[in-house]
Design a protein around this ligand. Structure first.
Ligand SMILES: C[S@@+](CC[C@H](N)C(=O)[O-])C[C@H]1O[C@@H](n2cnc3c(N)ncnc32)[C@H](O)[C@@H]1O
Length: 447
């Protein structure tokens, strides 16, 4: 019996666009190992694993997705918790202008100013800024608010209950600015944080400040032209007076790999520029020297495994991110804020070293000319914290699509209001009988 958590062989084969025979062979060759159903001994596959592989084995598949959407007017964003600008670059590429960016970290602010001297970078703690002057001046407020728990006492959490957290600040700014749409981004873990209550609380707070939250989705960066298995939870709020559907960007079929990030190809028109980078300490280097591309700690001789992993060796879980060497023909694992850190080594495929700063930036799809300020560790941190620019761009298109629909609707309302005026002004004069006037009190929601 195939449970809810598993696909049958046929289902897994269909999901991956391969034949059942190919999957049986991959199982024998240990390329994609099946689980055995206890009673029948049939091959079954963990759904989460298969879903994360969808598209990875596509070769030469014709791309039918295109999320591009041309803005009908110059839309403007206020970007909170802006970091080194990963999301802001993506939104800019989608045609959305940054009106202001807030960030507390001085090195990240220097990065933003160095690359975009015209951007209005508001440096400092978000708590010390009032954003009311942006009311009616921006179309979207975005922000990757760092997640902090807030106590969940009642059934419906109110804004005041979250006071002191950065989510409170995010909601406060939205309340001050009242944009048509707001977008928060966070890690997948927010879904299960405090058994889902944290997220539930956030949704009810946005409701309180006048926003209906679209069903939350976790987007996989690999489906949005990013050569990295990173995931971001997206929280979209639509101002309650607006009855327009928001649609998440469609996933692309083509998956980009490390080779696409670091070598000349479809993502970049030259090989990755040389740059500084950190190094592994000698004891780590001698161990990682033994790991093949796409391999990890399990590929080490048993004694070295035990010695290197210490207590973790005896703990459960695959720990597939430990002592990991990335292969050219796979996307990188999620980059962290410090590349040599234990438990999350992502070693270069051919050399035994972490990725350099510019390699890191490419895996996050930053442009090569985007400079990072501060020490090397500050630079890694800014890059590791970012929303991959290409994911930001696709989310940007989805915002533009929404705002275009909103803009068109408002234009239509305006047109019908001016028709009304014509009919009122001319009520004492002969009126063309075809005048399509609606209620003269019709109003547009423009806030
Ligand atoms: C996940 S990062 C955002 C990354 C950014 N969206 C990007 O794509 O590059 C969160 C940022 O929030 C900033 N931050 C944390 N506390 C803050 C505060 N009190 N006020 C303003 N920014 C803050 C951090 O310095 C960090 O850069």
């Amino acid at each position: 019996m195939v449970t809810k958590e598993y696909y049958s062989l046929a289902e897994a084969a269909e999901k991956l666009g391969k034949s059942k025979e190919t999957l049986r062979r991959w199982d024998r060759d240990e390329k994609l190992i099946a689980v055995r159903e206890p009673i029948s001994d049939y091959r079954i596959y963990k759904k989460s694993e298969i879903d994360s592989l969808i598209g990875l084995f596509d070769d030469g598949i014709e791309e039918t997705t295109n999320n591009f959407e041309k803005p009908l007017k110059q839309y403007k964003v206020l970007e909170l918790f802006a970091g080194a600008g990963g999301l802001a670059i993506g939104l800019e590429k989608a045609g959305i202008k940054c009106v202001a960016l807030n960030e507390i970290d001085k090195w990240a602010c220097q990065t933003l100013r160095e690359n975009r001297p015209n951007w209005n970078v508001l440096e400092g703690d978000i708590k010390s800024f009032n954003f009311e002057k942006y009311r009616n001046k921006v179309d979207v407020v975005t922000g990757g608010f760092p997640c902090q728990a807030f106590s969940y006492a009642g059934k419906k959490l109110g804004l005041e209950d979250a006071r002191g957290t950065l989510f409170y600040e995010f909601a406060r700014v939205i309340n001050e600015v009242k944009p048509p749409i707001c977008i928060g981004e966070n890690v997948r873990g927010l879904l299960s944080h405090e058994k889902g209550k944290t997220l539930e609380g956030m949704i009810s707070i946005l409701d309180e400040v006048g926003y209906k939250v679209v069903p939350v989705e976790v987007l996989k960066a690999i489906h949005y032209k990013v050569p990295q298995k990173r995931e971001r939870l997206i929280l979209v709020g639509i101002r309650k007076d607006i009855n327009i559907k928001y649609e998440y960007p469609n996933p692309y079929k083509r998956i980009y790999n490390l080779v696409d990030a670091l070598k000349k190809g479809d993502l970049y028109d030259c090989d990755v520029p040389r740059s500084e980078g950190s190094k592994y300490p000698e004891h780590k280097k001698v161990v990682l020297d033994l790991v093949p591309p796409k391999g990890y700690w399990r590929d080490l001789p048993l004694e070295i495994q035990k010695d290197y992993m210490g207590k973790s060796f005896y703990l459960g879980g695959g720990k597939t991110g430990m002592a990991r060497r990335i292969g050219w023909d796979e996307p990188s694992l999620t980059l962290t804020c410090s590349p040599a850190q234990k438990q999350t080594e992502r070693c270069h495929p051919e050399e035994t070293r972490p990725f350099t700063v510019r390699e890191y930036a490419r895996i996050q799809t930053f442009p090569d000319n985007w400079k990072f300020m501060g020490s090397i560790s500050q630079q890694y941190k800014q890059i590791g914290n970012a929303v991959p620019c290409n994911l930001g761009k696709e989310v940007g298109y989805s915002i533009v699509k929404f705002l275009n629909k909103y803009y068109k609707k408002n234009q239509e309302n305006l047109a019908s209001i001016s028709l009304d005026k014509v009919s009122i002004v001319s009520s004492n004069t002969p009126v063309p009988s075809t005048s399509k006037a609606t209620s003269p009190t019709a109003s547009i929601s423009s806030k």
